[in-house]
Design a protein around this ligand. Structure first.
Ligand SMILES: Nc1ncnc2c1ncn2[C@@H]1O[C@H](COP(=O)(O)OP(=O)(O)OP(=O)(O)O)[C@@H](O)[C@H]1O
Ligand SMILES: [Mg+2]
Length: 220
């Protein structure tokens, strides 16, 4: 279960604030997070990942209270337990595809074993990028970079995947196939998926749609 309660968050020197009383997501559920541009979807995902900390309220990720942890402990938890796909992909340009995929493990100080390289190879194959380990992000199309970002989110078999518009730059056909692929991986591992999207045609693929405006309405 993912559980947020009595959350209030404001960026420094900004009038934007995000406040709501409760959000509960059962483990293993696939949730689409929707709302207009600027409504706080990325902010909410960054709160869930522990990158941002709310001014008030508590966040539990599978029974762990992340709001009670230090920044270093939140980072370690994130690298170990959460797969993230950022709106801008956040691939590093000067390292190759394989190392981009291994990044959460490298940052966590884990040794890159043969088994991990094999998993990387299989993930790339599953997204149609077989043999692209040595390429650099600049040598890939936007859609291909997005698929590398998905592989990176899945490399450590996370039980929680937070995806910020991972299909945002893709045409409908590619968006559908990327989402199907993520859902397939998520089903295999039994992970919880929370994914922000503007694409209404994808809503039916999720167990649940959470509209951020409905979430915050009662608090306004
Ligand atoms: N680092 C920041 N400092 C100050 N304000 C910020 C910061 N990041 C985002 N904001 C503001 O917070 C609000 C919510 O932004 P957020 O990125 O969460 O929206 P979003 O729903 O993800 O939008 P989009 O659909 O365009 O990605 C916006 O008004 C934005 O300008
Ligand atoms: Mg966003």
């Amino acid at each position: 279960m993912i559980h947020l309660e009595n959350i209030s968050f404001t960026y420094p020197k900004s009038s934007f604030s995000l406040a709501f009383s409760s959000l509960k997501v059962e483990a293993g559920t696939h949730v689409a997070l929707i709302g207009p541009s600027g409504s706080g979807k990325s902010t909410l995902l960054n709160l869930l990942s522990g990158i941002l900390l709310p001014a008030q309220g508590d966040i539990y990720i599978h029974e762990e209270k992340i709001t009670g942890k230090t920044e270093a402990a939140r980072r370690a938890f994130r690298l170990d337990k959460i797969g993230m796909i950022f709106q801008s992909f956040a691939l590093l340009q000067y390292i190759n595809v394989e190392n981009n995929i291994m990044l959460p493990l490298l940052l966590d100080g884990q040794p890159i074993t043969k088994a991990l390289k094999e998993r990387c190879r299989e993930l790339l194959k599953s997204v149609g990028l077989e043999g692209m380990e040595s390429r650099y992000p600049a040598q890939l199309s936007q859609g291909e970079q997005q698929r590398v970002a998905i592989c990176r989110a899945l490399i450590n078999n996370p039980k929680v995947i937070l995806a910020d518009e991972p299909t945002g730059n893709l045409d409908h056909k590619n968006a559908t196939s990327v989402l199907d692929l993520m859902l397939q991986q998520v089903r295999i591992s039994g992970a919880t998926l929370i994914m922000s999207t503007h694409d209404r045609s994808l809503f039916s693929k999720f167990d649940r749609v959470v509209d951020i405006n409905e979430l915050t309405r009662e608090s306004i």
